[in-house]
Design a protein around this ligand. Structure first.
Ligand code: TYM
Length: 331
């Protein structure tokens, strides 16, 4: 089984990314052939600083290595190093519905919030994401809940391609965790945790100092009640129950039973302690890994060589199926 996922380059990855996606990437290394990429081309779809982009890729890469990605057990690379992603994006445009792209909630949210230029890249973002996955004929895509619609779209694109041009692409399945697929902002628990749309106080960054992590969790917005249990009218407490369950590797019900009657103060302190312990080793390893850019670059290059071999073979098949270019044989 082949697994593929991508992550945007930023040094400000948060607990939602970690719980919803990064822990799944790490587990994927034991479940199949795992391929992960830092999607620097996707970062061009919103205003960005060219001089900061390369560093942001290293920041994200070092974070993922610190979390447990092992370049010996997965293919780990930078999207722009494999130009096949860009070529496949254009080819897939031929089977992507304009109407479907206009219905993407992430596009609507980001375009609505954008004060500067709303680019064509922001609109076609999901096609590049489809190309990322389909280039590797991946079976499974580990993501958080917010990416479900994009994975649905890439499934439609693959199905439409196969129906129009013959069986060529694998239709991938999303892999969304049962608990922790949508970690909420601690300060505004009706919104997802996010570095772009969320509150600073409500977003636990993976590289935050332990004291900052603890303070953000202890200040989490809860409700007027006292019961530690998940309920639609208790989004703050529900979120903390989910976080503690994932961090401890237990069911949310177990957390509810343990803190039955203990009150919010003791519960929040327990969540703060657990998250601090959970993130501390990641932060320590990050510091060492981030210091050696030559080694980070070496890992990316080696990953890109392996990734390219797979993606190039898919492109040959896609071009042939579509009648594009001279007749070429694989390989
Ligand atoms: P990105 O970089 O925004 O987020 C990385 C992963 O983190 C998940 N996530 C969350 N999970 C739980 N709770 C949250 N609050 C939360 N916030 C984010 C996201 O669902 C994601 O899995 N478009 C993608 C990157 C991408 C990609 C791909 C993913 C590009 N190509 C191909 C899969 C396959 C994105 O912006 O992720």
């Amino acid at each position: 089984m082949r697994i593929f996922s991508g992550i945007q380059p930023t040094g400000r990855k948060h607990l939602g990314n970690y719980i919803g996606a990064i822990t799944q990437y790490v587990a994927g290394q034991d479940r199949g052939e795992a391929i992960y990429c830092v999607v620097d081309l996707h970062a061009l779809t919103v205003p960005y600083q060219p001089e900061a982009l390369r560093d942001a890729v290293y920041d994200t890469q070092a974070t993922l290595l610190a979390a447990g990605l092992d370049p010996e057990r997965c293919i780990f690379f930078r999207q722009s190093d494999v130009p096949e992603h860009s070529e496949l994006t254009w080819l897939l445009m031929a089977v992507t519905s304009y109407g479907e792209l206009t219905r993407m909630t992430q596009f609507k949210d980001k375009a609505g919030a954008q004060r500067e230029l709303v680019t064509a890249g922001l609109f076609t973002y999901p096609v590049l994401m489809a190309a990322d996955v389909l280039a590797y004929r991946a079976h499974e895509v580990p993501v958080g809940e917010d990416q479900r619609q994009h994975v649905e779209l890439m499934r439609d694109v693959a199905e439409r391609f196969n129906a129009r041009f013959g069986e060529t692409l694998v239709v991938p399945e999303p892999r969304i965790p049962a608990v922790g697929a949508r970690i909420m902002d601690l300060g505004a628990p009706e919104n997802k945790m996010s570095t772009t749309g969320g509150t600073a106080q409500g977003t636990v960054l993976l590289l935050d100092e332990p004291a900052t992590v603890a303070k953000k969790i202890r200040s989490a917005v809860t409700d007027a009640g006292t019961e530690v249990r998940r309920a639609p009218d208790k989004p703050g407490i529900s979120n903390l129950v989910d976080i503690l369950a994932v961090v401890r590797g237990v069911a949310p019900e177990t957390v509810e039973q343990e803190f039955d009657g203990s009150g919010y103060g003791a519960f929040k302190q327990a969540v703060a302690d657990a998250v601090v312990d959970y993130l501390a080793p990641v932060r320590e390893r990050y510091r060492t890994l981030r210091g050696d850019e030559a080694e980070l670059e070496r890992i990316l290059e080696a990953g890109a060589d392996k990734a390219r071999a797979i993606a190039a073979a898919t492109i040959v098949d896609v071009r042939a199926a579509m009648g594009v270019g001279a007749v070429r044989s694989r390989g």
